[in-house]
Ligand binder design. Structure first.
Ligand code: NAP
Length: 535
């Protein structure tokens, strides 16, 4: 690797964010490349190939808005499309924009080292690829590092075992098999009903029950598809101007503004017809701020679980004791119904903890069960996991994982003090909400910074320490408002030893967009630009 940069911009990761960043960098006339660990584009939609993996953002609000023709020429088959369709969508976008020529697949970035003398990053991937870049944009995703429980013997199991987030690109036949699913987050909630009909037996290992409400998915008819095309601007503007990046409009009332009967009717509508996240984003305004309001909705959902599940004792085990959305709520399809099948068993790990995995099955304190297939639906090292696994070495040889070991610090979620010319598009401190709508704000901001630097002849940009401390404080302040994700991967709670802090920015997406968009006119406050680079 020479000392002259090979490219202006190196993007890491070909998920929804990295593809858009690559497009924006090229569009601006920068030389750019993208390194991707997987064998194809799509990020989470490349890796999470487990049965029934599907969106819970409406498909047409998840795809890109930057090119009207991409929207018009693609047909979503369902409100919430499944993994194969989502992956095909990203292949379509990459092909349509001619991006493949700039992407190297099978290149998992292992290190990025800042070279103060030249003001460039030396980046290396596991396949031997080395790139020297003026700027690096990490688009490594917030859910890209799967985690397994630290249980004895896990690797000794001789049957088929896969993590939902590392699912192989081959058909796994569940027919007539004895199957274990460990974990009841969004992934487990999708797998369980998907395989329950065909397996010989299904044992669900549940540590914490979840508030699963119906996804209420439906096919998109030809007429609806035509309407979506006509509504492009309205859809885009509604997502961009809403507080969460979804189409769902906020409710105009608080819970106890309505009588008990009116509330129950509203909840009933939410349960029966409201799609995906609208159970959260269009619920009563105080649902996430007033514990009594949250308890009211939670009690309604608990009653629905009792209604659906035939065995009353089992129903109680499936009802959470945390507030709704204290963990990121899954949206399911016939999830609780699966437990009425005689071949489906629930093992509560709270009552009977897992002891070990054996060559033939799983042992808990109440005994050993044998399996042909184990599905580990046990989650991810969220937000920071991908970045802390890369040796990102900044000024003075400081490593990013050490910088963050006692808590994350960023500037606007986009940069870290001490790591010049290194951007993060979709990582810790990013605005929470419909993911592509949130990360496109970051990509647009980063692209604006790059353009500004070029226009003004700068080859160096770094965030100011004071501005970074202020922003990080704002992230923490914003997180004190909601009940949201009290005990979830949003706070690093699923990773032993990880600092407990809210890892996203809980502000309004619309306000954050306005704020980020205005930065350019203000000369990008909080950043120091320079030329030549520091000696
Ligand atoms: P998750 O929400 O973190 O759930 C992991 C599950 O595994 C939890 O039930 C957890 O129990 C359990 N678990 C973890 N460690 C365990 C251990 N040592 N022993 C026993 N059980 C253990 O992970 P996920 O379901 O993969 O979902 C992660 C995120 O991905 C979601 O929140 C969502 O944002 C996204 N996702 C979205 C969709 C979609 O619908 N579009 C689908 C899948 C995933 P505890 O709760 O007790 O920790």
């Amino acid at each position: 690797m020479g000392s002259v940069p090979d490219v202006d911009v190196l993007v890491v990761g070909a998920g929804v964010t990295g593809i858009y960043q690559l497009h924006r960098a090229l569009e601006e006339g920068f030389t750019a490349r993208l390194l991707e660990a997987g064998t194809g584009p799509g990020g989470v939609w490349h890796w999470n190939r487990y049965p029934e993996a599907r969106l819970d953002s409406e498909s047409f609000t998840y795809g890109y808005f930057f090119d009207r023709t991409l929207f018009d020429d693609w047909r979503w088959s369902e409100y919430f499309a499944g993994q194969p369709e989502n992956e095909a969508y990203f292949r379509y976008v990459v092909a349509r924009r001619g991006l493949d020529a700039y992407i190297e697949y099978g290149a998992r970035v292992t290190s990025a080292v800042w070279d103060e003398a030249t003001g460039t990053w030396a980046v290396e991937a596991g396949n031997g690829t080395r790139v020297r870049a003026r700027f690096v944009v990490s688009a490594t995703g917030v859910l890209s590092i799967p985690v397994f429980p630290a249980v004895e013997g896990r690797e000794s199991f001789r049957g088929v075992a896969h993590h939902t987030g590392l699912w192989p690109d081959e058909e796994i036949d569940f027919t007539g098999k004895r199957v274990a699913v460990v974990g009841t987050g969004s992934s487990g909630v999708q797998v369980i009903p998907a395989v329950a009909d065909v397996v010989e037996s299904l044992t669900v290992y549940q540590r914490t029950p979840n508030w699963v409400t119906p996804l209420n998915n439906e096919p998109i008819t030809d007429e609806q598809q035509e309407q979506l095309r006509r509504d492009f601007e309205r859809i885009r503007d509604t997502c961009e101007q809403g507080p969460t990046g979804f189409m769902h409009l906020p409710h105009d009332r608080k819970t106890f503004d309505d009588t008990h009967d009116v509330r129950q009717r509203f909840y009933e509508t939410m349960w029966r017809t409201a799609k995906g996240f609208s159970k959260l984003s269009s619920n009563y305004l105080d649902m996430m701020t007033d514990p009594r309001a949250n308890a009211e909705w939670s009690a309604f959902v608990a009653d629905r679980i009792r209604e659906v599940v035939d065995d009353p004792e089992l129903a109680e085990k499936l009802i959470p004791d945390h507030p709704f959305a204290a963990k990121r709520p899954p949206f399911g399809t016939r999830y609780f119904e699966a437990y009425n099948k005689p071949n489906v068993e629930l093992v509560s790990l709270k009552e009977t903890p897992m002891v070990r995995v054996t060559e033939t099955g799983i042992e808990t304190t109440d005994g050993h069960r044998e399996f042909d297939i184990i599905v580990w639906a046990t989650g991810f090292d969220g937000f920071t996991g991908a970045l802390t696994r890369i040796d990102v070495v900044g000024e003075g040889g400081r490593v990013l994982r050490d910088r963050w070991s006692h808590g994350v610090i960023t500037y606007l979620g986009a940069m870290v003090p001490g790591f010049p010319n290194f951007f993060i598009a979709g990582g810790p401190h990013m605005i929470a909400g419909n993911f592509p709508r949130a990360t496109e704000i970051m990509v647009d901001y980063i692209t604006g910074v790059l353009r500004y630097a070029r226009t003004n002849g700068h080859t160096f940009v770094a965030p100011d320490s004071e501005a970074s401390a202020e922003w990080t404080d704002e992230v923490h302040q914003a997180a004190t408002i909601p009940l949201m994700a009290e005990n979830s991967w949003f706070r690093g709670a699923n990773i032993p030893g990880k600092a407990r802090e809210y890892l996203a920015y809980a502000g309004s997406l619309r306000k954050f967009r306005e704020r980020m968009d205005a930065m350019g006119e203000q000369g990008y406050p909080g950043l120091t630009f320079g030329t030549p680079v520091r000696a």
